[in-house]
Design a protein around this ligand. Structure first.
Ligand code: PRP
Length: 176
């Protein structure tokens, strides 16, 4: 299905995104001052948010990546989360900020959080660009939330549907 055949409405513009991500960067910089910070980007959707976020953190920040199991081509989570790609950096004694594009059921973030805690980080915090609290299957609260949204299917700014639409610069709501 091509995008032109589906209804989509803008949820967050580039200006809204840039402004909010800059605010998050300022808050995170203040909170992590004086620590050795690793931003851990959860592939693939968080690539865009993470790239913008770390450029709004004016202190040393190392970058690493993790990938967990995907929704595949479905709109809804399978409920089973496995680690597909492990981070490379030594996390012992470091502050790790897990960076997600969206928390939906909470299953992915819960798994990543547990996994990173087991790698010996001194502090683990979580940042998500979007949060859908009404969609939780397991309880999880992120430390930093860009925008809290209703449980609608969103695309753009890294968020995909069947691997498409990640490169739309703004966030749109997709409906059938
Ligand atoms: C999406 C999103 C989060 C996760 C959120 O990733 O990027 O990682 O789902 O959903 P949850 O809270 O229900 O676990 P996805 O598995 O689709 O992979 P992607 O980032 O490569 O698109």
């Amino acid at each position: 299905m091509i995008l032109a055949q589906m209804a989509q409405t803008t949820l967050f513009t580039r200006e809204q995104i840039d402004s909010r991500v800059a605010e998050m960067g300022r808050q995170i910089s203040a909170d992590f001052a004086g620590t050795e910070l690793i931003a851990l980007c959860v592939l693939k959707g968080a690539v865009f948010f993470c790239a913008d976020l770390v450029r709004n953190i004016p202190q040393d920040v190392a970058l690493d990546f993790i990938q967990v199991s995907s929704y595949g081509n479905q709109k809804y989570s399978s409920g089973v989360v496995t680690i597909l790609k492990e981070p490379q950096l030594d996390m012992h004694g470091k502050s790790v900020l897990i960076v997600e594009d969206i928390i939906d059921s909470g299953l992915s973030m819960r798994e990543v959080f547990r996994y990173i805690e087991s790698r010996g980080a001194a502090m683990v915090k979580t940042a998500t660009f979007l949060d859908k609290p009404a969609a939780r299957k397991v309880p999880f609260n992120a430390d930093y939330v860009g925008f809290s949204i209703d449980p609608k299917f969103v695309i753009g700014y890294g968020l995909d549907f069947a691997e498409k639409y990640r490169n739309i610069p703004e966030v749109q709501v997709l409906s059938d």
